[in-house]
Design a protein around this ligand. Sequence first.
Ligand code: HEM
Length: 76
Amino acid sequence: MTRLQLLKIVNIILALSFFAVSIPGIIQFVTQGAIPYSTFRAVHPIAGTVFTLAGFTHIALNFKWIKINFFKKKKK
Ligand code: HEM
């Protein structure tokens, strides 16, 4: 599997886990408990962990781009 193929899969996981963590998270914050706590407790921390790991993997797979664009040497 190439880096770009892996990146496409990671990006889909990143998007889905972002929605799975942020939408119920915001609903729970705004409504203060519309989602039953047992459901929120089962889904939110797992979705949050998947989201965090996918985020780190996304950064690792794009690290070359980050180095070129953010850490390039200044021309004199
Ligand atoms: C947009 C992002 C997020 C929002 C809006 C959000 C929102 C919330 C809210 C409102 C609660 C409190 C729920 C309650 O006590 O009724 C909560 C709890 C929690 N969140 Fe998040 N969260 C976000 C991201 C994350 C991420 C990325 C992680 C993990 C890496 C995470 C892990 C947890 C855990 C472990 C709890 C405690 C659950 C419990 O009470 O047992 N959250 N979050």
